[in-house]
Each structure stands twice: as C-alpha cells, then as structure tokens.
Design a protein around this ligand. Structure first.
Ligand SMILES: [Fe+2]
Length: 146
C-alpha cells in the first residue's frame, strides 16, 4: 500500500476540516430567526472541534514526513463540501447545512479508513476518531432541530 494513500487521505481531511470550520463560523454569524441563540453557540463548538482536528491532521502529515497544504486556494479547489450559500441563513436551514457539512467531512474520512489502515494504522486511528466526533455533532444538530 502506497504512502501516498495516507498523504491523500490526511490532506483531503485537512481541507474539508478547514472548510467546515469556515462554514460553521459563517453560519454562526449569519443565521437568523427563532432558535438563534442555541444554534449560534453550538456552531462555535463546531468551529472549535474542526480547528482542533485540522491541526491534528496537518501535524500528522508533518510527523510522517509530508507537507500539508492549507492554503485558501487549495481548500476552495479540493474540498468535498458543498459551497455554503451567501447571505442570511434561516435557523432551520443552518442546522441542515452544517449537519450536511459535518456528515460529508466524516464520510470522506470513512471512505479512506480501510486503505489507510493497511499503510499506517495510526493515521487510520485519527480518521476514525475524528469521523466519530463529527458524526456525534451531526447527530446533535439533528436532535436540536427536531
Ligand atoms: Fe461569535
């Protein structure tokens, strides 16, 4: 199994987590309507969660001899997340958009787990633990918006 599989998986996760952190902050600022306060606060938790995780991915790349690419241009070109709409976001739509972004980020990580596991189980462990945390937040967003 090629080392490049590990690099690609970690790099893809890095850009998706950067995009997730930006989208959660954008939504934090621009949601409107009933239920604003709880979603506004929850979204900052998603920002913190994604920022902590993205640092782990960039530093794992460095630790195993690769370089990371967290440039804005690279994130825009390579993220698997859908673009967030501009402008004000109704609260109920905000829940759906960020839940989808959390799920997409986790799903892309999960797609890489088995291939990465053969090459570098420690990087696979990072994919697993991060995807699990993201799915937990996605679940919470679904429950908040019931
Ligand atoms: Fe704030």
């Amino acid at each position: 199994m090629s080392e490049n599989i590990v690099k690609e998986a970690l790099q893809q996760s890095l850009v998706d987590l950067i995009q997730l952190s930006l989208q959660a902050k954008q939504a934090h600022w621009n949601i409107q309507g009933e239920g604003f306060q709880s979603l506004h606060e929850f979204l900052d938790g998603v920002v913190d969660q994604s920022r902590i995780a993205l640092d782990e991915f960039a530093e794992r790349l460095a630790a195993i001899g690769f370089v990371s690419d967290g440039r804005a241009e690279t994130v825009t070109k390579t993220t698997t997340l859908k673009e967030l709409p501009g402008g004000a976001i109704p609260v109920d739509q905000g829940y759906k958009l960020i839940e989808a972004a959390l799920t997409q980020t986790a799903n892309t990580m999960k797609e890489h787990i088995s291939a990465v596991d053969d090459a570098d189980p420690l990087s696979s462990d990072l994919l697993i633990s991060t995807a699990r945390d993201l799915e937990k937040s996605a679940w919470m967003m679904r429950m908040y918006s019931k």
